[in-house]
Write a protein that binds this ligand. Structure first.
Ligand code: PEP
Ligand code: MN
Length: 266
């Protein structure tokens, strides 16, 4: 375990009074699709856009992502709109390539305990200090999550964001059960920023606003929200993605809650 300089807080990390939104489509599907979302995000004065290039699909016959082509689309849109880009890396062999195209690397829930991937990401970002957004696994405890974070940080990149995205419980009314308590629990133990992905636990778009407002109120440092220009036509996660108009409305509401806490949405 790496030592934090703050007494009583064992892990490293850094938090601010900003609440960062990582919005964007589940999958990058085309330059036009991604550009439309980027334009919306830029118009709202936000900093980051997310998008899936390599998709961890349950079924091998489902859309797997555009791969490197998606990374090129992301890089071009990031440069055009002045946005930072975030995408998932699923394979150790892709870490360097992904790191070369985007600003932030995501570890998906299905790779929560893929220790060789975590190590490789730590190596590849050791000098760049790119943000690594590390998602909790479906059945991972917070203690396991905190411990494994050291695989990423051991080579010197402590720019890690821990992302709660819902866990498996007996409940079936939502896609996953959002463990909002992860925010104060991790804040008590570390300086790592905590992100709440509100789209994957919701599974349905009408639940997304309530979860997002609750996440900001609970003190989350960032929120992940999937946004697609035409969700019914999405190649993955259509039912949970917001339209740009729905997302814009939600950001207005999130800004009110953040302001009440003296925080700024970026
Ligand atoms: C995603 O962010 O698109 C994703 C696949 O998330 P998760 O790993 O949380 O399922
Ligand atoms: Mn998704």
């Amino acid at each position: 375990m790496r030592e934090s300089k703050i007494e009583g807080i064992p892990y490293l990390g850094q938090r601010t009074d900003e609440v960062t939104i990582y919005a964007g489509p589940c999958s990058v599907e085309s330059a036009e699709q991604f550009d439309e979302v980027a334009q919306c995000i830029k118009g709202l004065g936000l900093k980051w856009i997310r998008g899936g290039a390599f998709k961890p699909r349950t079924n091998p016959h489902s859309f797997q992502g555009l791969g490197e082509e998606a990374l090129k689309i992301m890089k071009a849109a990031g440069e055009k709109y002045g946005l930072l880009t975030l995408t998932e890396v699923m394979d150790s062999a892709h870490c360097q390539m992904v790191s070369d195209y985007v600003d932030g690397l995501q570890v998906g829930a299905r790779n929560f305990q893929n220790f060789s991937l975590l190590k490789k990401i730590g190596e590849v970002t050791a000098n760049t200090h790119q943000m690594v957004l590390y998602k909790r696994g479906f059945a991972g405890t917070i203690a396991e999550w905190m411990a494994a974070t050291d695989y990423i940080t051991d080579k010197g990149n402590t720019n890690v964001v821990l992302c709660e995205r819902g866990i498996r419980t007996f409940e079936t009314a939502t896609r996953f059960t959002l463990d909002i308590a992860a925010v104060p629990v991790i804040h008590k133990q570390s300086l790592y920023p905590v992100c709440i992905d509100v789209s994957h636990p919701a599974g349905q778009r009408d639940l997304v606003p309530a979860l997002a407002l609750a996440a900001v109120a609970a003190g989350a440092d960032s929120i992940m929200i999937e946004v697609h220009p035409n969700p019914p036509a999405a190649l993955s996660d259509g039912p949970q993605q917001l339209t740009p108009a729905q997302f814009e409305q939600l950001v207005v509401e999130l800004r009110v809650v953040a302001a009440a806490l003296g925080k700024k949405i970026v």
